[in-house]
Design a protein around this ligand. Structure first.
Ligand SMILES: [Zn+2]
Ligand SMILES: [Zn+2]
Length: 433
């Protein structure tokens, strides 16, 4: 039934299209909107959290197969790879993520999520609070439009349905499963993310570093415990940890070049049981955000030096120096290739008007899309921001951000914008790059 519906859609669309001008694309998108809105609302109602995207990925795989993609399932967890070969030309990767979050939705939308899951032993609702349902629907809508317009471009469209973005694992899972070895190295990689602070109908592009390298670190500060009334018999790890926390503040303020960016946050301090016992251990938990690799290395070096130096000054013996544990795996900073941003900005302006394409500032958030451009092949990639908020919401003093139980994108206009921008960008890249 869906195949039949889609055939009618393609025939209708092809009748409407004579050239790749935006109005023709809008005719195509408008005709597909009821189908896509239905798909979007269903996805919104059925979020699956990271590494549990079984039904979501099966649905996406089926949708792509119905329009002629060759699809590989369960590639790196529940990842899917859809390939559409359409003659000689470049290969372009376009990625969507698929996972929702363990959040009880409070939007009161008629299509609010009804799903629950067990998370850390607790029953909790699941919600697409990061807009990955919108990402999937824009991706599917773009696929359907590109197939309908297949006589207007040549090349290979590589559509990735990526699991586990929220835990920074999915892109690595797919790349380590041999994404580029098995399906070929793409010439370009593109993706988008919903923006809660950009108006629906607009898109935002930043050049160079737009999102940060994100990693957590643990510091275990050892000491010598004693009675709280006999501090002279202790080497107090609470005091040492406190001094380390304060000294860590000097990394960004005193060691980092003022024109560079980094964040060192101590988000948790754990240690001690009772007011009258000096403990023998305190743990600090950090989040570290950087753009450049050399800055990351400098931050690591200074954290280690500060921990060691403060402990030595407090009289800690060599065998009890603080242990600093940096993760082996982390999400690299996202770098938007300048030329690709120029090409996509031009295409976006043609699709939605120059006034709706804005330049966005870099953020210290992380996104594992960065990894597709971070392999040894160094393919040019761009992750752009998709505006999702109604104007009234932006003018209010209550703007729910990503991961808020109140966040949701305006469905129809946001979808149309994404598909118009994506199709124009892909046509530009397939035909003119
Ligand atoms: Zn998120
Ligand atoms: Zn997200």
């Amino acid at each position: 039934m869906r195949i039949f519906t889609y055939s009618l859609f393609v025939v209708f669309s092809l009748l409407c299209i004579s050239a790749s001008h935006p109005p023709a694309i809008y005719t195509l998108i408008n005709a597909d909107m009821p189908y896509l809105l239905d798909f979007y609302k269903t996805r919104h109602q059925q979020p699956e959290i990271s590494l549990q995207e079984k039904e979501t990925s099966a649905t996406l795989a089926k949708e792509l197969e119905q329009i002629g993609f060759s699809v590989t399932r369960n590639f790196g967890g529940y990842g899917i790879v859809g390939i559409y070969k359409n003659g000689q030309g470049p290969t372009i990767l376009y990625r969507t993520d698929m996972d929702g979050l363990p959040i009880n939705e409070k939007t009161q939308l008629p299509y609010q999520s009804k799903q629950t899951t067990t998370y850390n032993g607790q029953e909790i609702g699941t919600m697409h609070a990061c807009g990955h349902d919108m990402h999937m629907t824009s991706w599917l809508g773009t696929a359907r439009a590109m197939v309908a317009m297949k006589n207007q471009w040549k090349g290979t469209l590589m559509l990735i349905g990526q699991p586990a973005e929220e835990i920074g694992a999915g892109a690595r899972l797919m790349l380590e499963a041999g994404l580029y070895q098995k399906f070929g190295v793409p010439d370009y990689g593109i993706g988008l993310h919903c923006s809660p602070t950009l108006e629906t109908g607009k898109v935002g592009f930043g050049k160079g570093y737009t999102m940060a390298n994100t990693e957590m670190a643990d510091i275990v500060v050892h000491g010598v415990g004693a009675h709280g009334a006999s501090p002279h018999m202790s080497i107090d790890p609470v005091v040492i940890a406190s001094m380390i926390v304060m000294d860590l503040q000097t990394i960004v303020s005193r060691n980092l070049k003022p024109t560079e960016s980094a964040v060192v946050t101590v988000g948790a301090i754990e240690g001690g049981i009772k007011g009258n016992i000096i403990p023998d251990k305190v743990t600090l938990k950090l989040t570290i955000r950087t753009y450049k690799e050399e800055v990351r290395q400098m931050v690591h070096k200074r954290i280690e030096e500060i921990c060691k130096g403060v402990a030595i000054a407090a009289g800690i013996p060599d065998n009890l120096l603080p242990e600093v544990n940096f993760p082996k795996k982390f999400t690299p900073a996202n770098y938007n290739n300048e030329d690709l941003v120029d090409a996509m900005t031009k295409a976006a302006a043609k699709a939605i008007g120059k006034e709706n394409v804005v330049v966005t500032e870099p953020l210290m958030l992380g996104e594992d899309f960065a990894m597709y451009g971070h392999t040894k092949e160094k393919i040019p990639t761009v992750l752009y921001w998709l505006g999702t908020a109604p104007k009234a919401r932006l003018e209010s003093d209550n703007i729910p951000g990503l991961h808020s139980p109140y966040y949701y994108p305006v469905p129809e206009n946001t979808l149309k914008t994404a598909i118009a921008v994506n199709t124009n960008a892909l046509l530009e890249l397939f035909n003119n790059k």
